[in-house]
Design a protein around this ligand. Sequence first.
Ligand code: FAD
Length: 501
Amino acid sequence: MIENKVDINTDYDLICVGAGIMSATLALLIKLVKPELKILILERLDKVAQESSAAWNNAGTGHSALCELNYTPEKGDTVDCSKAYKICKQFELSKQFWSFLVEENLIENPKDFINPMPHHSWVTGHDNVVFLKKRFETLKHHFMFEDMEFTDSLEKMKTWFPLIVNNRSEDEVMAATRISRGAEMNFGSLTEKLFSILETEFNTPVYCNEDVIDIDPDDDVEWSVEVKNTITGKKQFLDAKHVFIGAGGGSLLLLQKVEIEEKEGYGGFPVSGEWLVCKNEALINRHLGKVYSKAGPNDPPMSTPHLDTRFIDGKRQLMFGPFAGFSPKFLKKGSVLDLFKSIKTDNIKPMLSAFWDNLPLTKYLVEQVTASHEDRMNDLRKFVKDAKSEDWEILIAGQRVQIIKKDEYEGGKLQFGTEVVKSKNGSITCLLGASPGASTATHVMLEVFEIAFPEIVNSEAGKHRLKKIVPIWKAEINAKLFKETIKRSSKSLALDNITIQ
Ligand SMILES: Cc1cc2nc3c(=O)[nH]c(=O)nc-3n(C[C@H](O)[C@H](O)[C@H](O)COP(=O)(O)OP(=O)(O)OC[C@H]3O[C@@H](n4cnc5c(N)ncnc54)[C@H](O)[C@@H]3O)c2cc1C
């Protein structure tokens, strides 16, 4: 219980709700710049990183647009790569932050959470091959993607991903791109490391089993945070000048309790993920890389199928997915009433409108939910032709709550990105959505840092310190700076060679 751990009369500069990668990143960035600020992290579960940030609950892809085709949509005759450049820079920013932690001896073994992994895009069929070639031709002229290779040769693909090419003939129309500078992430391990630094170096522990149930304006300090201990049931109130709601899927339900007008019109739609995980060691060792393909024409972006090598807790793994599931819960360990509880008078119109406009998504979900193991195996067989059902088992991943928001023209819109909702004075911030997700945590948490504490971020001392921690943040990136950044993080994060674990 909190009273055993801290002086409950303390007023905090910041309370972070939720102990996932987002709160960990925000709290540590702030402490590195202004160690004297008092920060408290409250978590409803008994450990940190148990929801979306846990290793198996996400795909562990260091999203940098090296292989994800949904970041480069076709626009007429051209391919729009603007989102790819943005996400690529944001992941390098994250790598820069983690490199700083290694260089300062705050993190010992980066291989526990980041490993080099070639990223491939692989497509079949004439139209998709034409698209991939066009995408490659556009990207390769940009300094971020000049190392990308393209092939439509079966022999070449055999060297890149033999498991997928096995039993295929030259008659099949296929093409692929490859970039070796990709990353495989264990965000769970990273989150634990960040919280461990906060606890040991900055005396900022996480208080677990503390469920935040309400956040109200306070007369003296800005916010009063009501917590209920999940073991004893005891309720308490904690005061904070700033609150960050980093509760993952749980963020929307909390935001709806905060009395700020900016929350109005937001709704959420939960989609759960599932993986097929390989149990056959020989098969696991025949694949090394992440291979992303193309989602079906009406399928949502997060349904893009991929076959991935993972490194989790020192063990090499192979997984395929994601398959979508439907559960009304907003968190994996949430309540079946979550979706129902989130429907309010201010969001019912946007929610209904988003539902009608996204009937293909509903159809996709119904098909996914009713799929049998064999149906899923047949999807996998589009990648690994001779995959045997007994070699693979299903594993439930995390919940994503997609944002639904008011739209002037359409009434309501379903969004697949993330959004920071903030009060006018920036004293309360909330992160909604889950894509591109943990990979870009540094970028989005720097945004939250600046909204909440502009006087620190924009002070001379703050700017100077942040320039040391994340030099490319706000910098105009060019080829020279990009190369220097990659060189530095490759060295600090030991990303030069794939070492098989
Ligand atoms: C299937 C799937 C695949 C994904 N793949 C990738 C990927 O390949 N790459 C990538 O970068 N990202 C990926 N993501 C997204 C990424 O996992 C998330 O963006 C990221 O983990 C979110 O971190 P978070 O800290 O916001 O939330 P979480 O890690 O979910 O943490 C939120 C915490 O808040 C706690 N909490 C909730 N409500 C309360 C409350 N009321 N009081 C106290 N505590 C509370 C929860 O228990 C939880 O511990 C994926 C997500 C999913 C679901």
